[in-house]
Design a protein. Structure first.
Length: 432
């Protein structure tokens, strides 16, 4: 019987992993420049954490969580990283250690969505969370950092959308206005939106159902009901984005699908690459009341997360150049043992080595060395052992050289480091 991976969960094979390393490496080095430090939280959390923070009437909590019971506890595979980071922040009393904490994370998240291009059940996010900075400078810096990141990866056609959903007062006022607008249109909403209308009317605005989108098209803008403090923050954000020269669109219908947001909201989309319908690369915003909701003090927070599978779809397909490799091809048992030691010395000198221990013919070993794109092939058999040399074949230049065993590690390390495919000395021409 053959097993398949679970629906919506993908293997990442070694030939694909180079691109993952590239985007993860760029992310780590860029966020380090902004003072972010990595946090690693468990993949499993108590279900209540997500219900409380993300919201009972969100799609994620209502329909998409992988939840199970174990020892009478309800546990859930994390659908996102913010709730776990905030829980850890409160649990470790991080607010008592420093006034501002800048955290980042990378890792798998789980949502039981209908899989399609750019949407999976296990997917990977890279995200940042800042605790203890009310902004709006930090909000703008975050968006600027994201634009830099996407550009560094060669992603073009980046579109930034921003909105503010204000504080509790503004949201309450907006809720009433939105309900007044939507109630007469309730008949044309999707059944799901109709059921949730009174409980969570904001969700109608980010529904993917065409009926809901049509009904909400002329809905009032939340920006109209912002209170003074919200407005000052919002204007501060727009002014900072202008200073940074970031082109953005104000989208008053941007509410995002998680209930914890307060104030600033943003999304980054891209038109480059092969994204299809799922073209939101990054989503984020402020969640100034979550730390208190989770039992901590009043600490403001802002963050974002991006879907790494989507970033990969948007990135140009310039696979990073592979590390130059050196193939070691021994002929006969004594040479195999000698090769073990030679390979160890080469690796200690920083050379990537494939040792062929299969006992195959020289011809087939050379074919394999060529196939994997090795730069050099080191051949040694009984006669080389006796003469105290190694045959060094340059597979790019089609040259070869007999190199003293005592010098071969140095020579190979230098050739690989300089990127040269040429053996320095005269080709000997004698095929072993
Ligand atoms: P989110 O909008 O739910 O926000 O997800 C952020 C990003 O994760 C999306 O823009 C998308 O790129 C990716 N993503 C989400 N679901 C999937 C999926 N099923 N398959 C592939 N990619 C997906 C959050 O998760 C918030 N925690 C962001 C945040 C951090 N807000 C404040 N801090």
């Amino acid at each position: 019987m053959q097993f398949r991976a679970v629906k919506g969960m993908n293997d990442i094979l070694p030939n694909e992993v180079g691109r993952w390393h590239r985007l993860e490496g760029e992310f780590r080095s860029l966020v380090a420049l902004y003072g972010y430090q990595e946090v690693r939280t468990p993949l499993l959390e108590h279900t209540d954490l997500f219900a409380r923070s993300i919201g009972e009437t969100t799609d994620v909590v209502e329909k998409e969580m992988f939840t199970f019971e174990r020892s009478r506890e309800s546990l859930t595979l994390r659908p996102e990283g913010t709730a776990g980071a905030a829980r850890a922040y409160v649990a470790h009393k991080q607010h008592g250690r420093e006034p501002v904490s800048r955290w980042y994370y990378l890792g798998p998240m789980f949502r039981a969505e209908q899989p399609q291009r750019g949407r999976y059940r296990q997917f990977h996010q890279a995200g940042c969370e800042v605790f203890g900075d009310r902004g709006p400078l930090v909000d703008a810096e975050m968006i600027d950092m994201l634009c830099t990141y996407l550009r560094r990866l060669g992603i073009s056609g980046i579109e930034v959308s921003v909105n503010s959903i204000g504080g509790a007062g503004a949201r309450e006022a907006y809720r009433e206005r939105l309900l007044d607008f939507l109630r007469p249109r309730a008949g044309s909403l999707s059944p799901h939106a109709r059921d949730r209308l009174e409980v969570n009317p904001l969700r109608v605005l980010d529904s993917k159902d065409e009926r809901d989108q049509a009904a909400a098209r002329d809905a009032p803008s939340i920006l109209e009901v912002l209170e003074d403090e919200d407005r000052a923050h919002w204007e501060g954000l727009c002014a900072s984005l202008d200073v940074l020269g970031i082109a953005y669109t104000v989208d008053p219908r941007l509410v995002r699908g998680l209930d914890y947001y307060t104030g600033t909201l943003f999304e980054l989309n891209a038109t480059s690459g092969d994204l299809g319908a799922q073209n939101t690369l990054v989503g984020g915003g402020r969640y100034d009341s979550m730390i208190e909701t989770l039992g901590g003090p009043s600490v403001s927070a802002i963050g974002f997360a991006m879907g790494l599978e989507r970033i990969l779809l948007a990135m140009p397909d310039d696979t990073p150049a592979s590390v130059p490799r050196c193939y070691v091809a021994p002929i006969g048992a004594p040479a195999q043992h000698a090769s073990l030691l030679l390979a160890r010395e080469l690796r200690a000198a920083g050379v990537t080595v494939d040792l062929d221990g299969r006992g195959n013919s020289l011809r087939s070993m050379l074919r394999r060395a060529d196939a994997i794109g090795a730069r050099l092939c080191l051949v040694l058999g009984d006669s080389e052992l006796e003469a105290g040399i190694v045959q060094v074949k340059d597979l790019g230049q089609h040259t070869q050289d007999r190199v003293d065993r005592g010098q071969v590690v140095d020579r190979v390390a230098r050739l690989v480091a300089t990127g040269s495919r040429q053996i320095a000395t005269q080709p000997s021409g004698d095929e072993p």
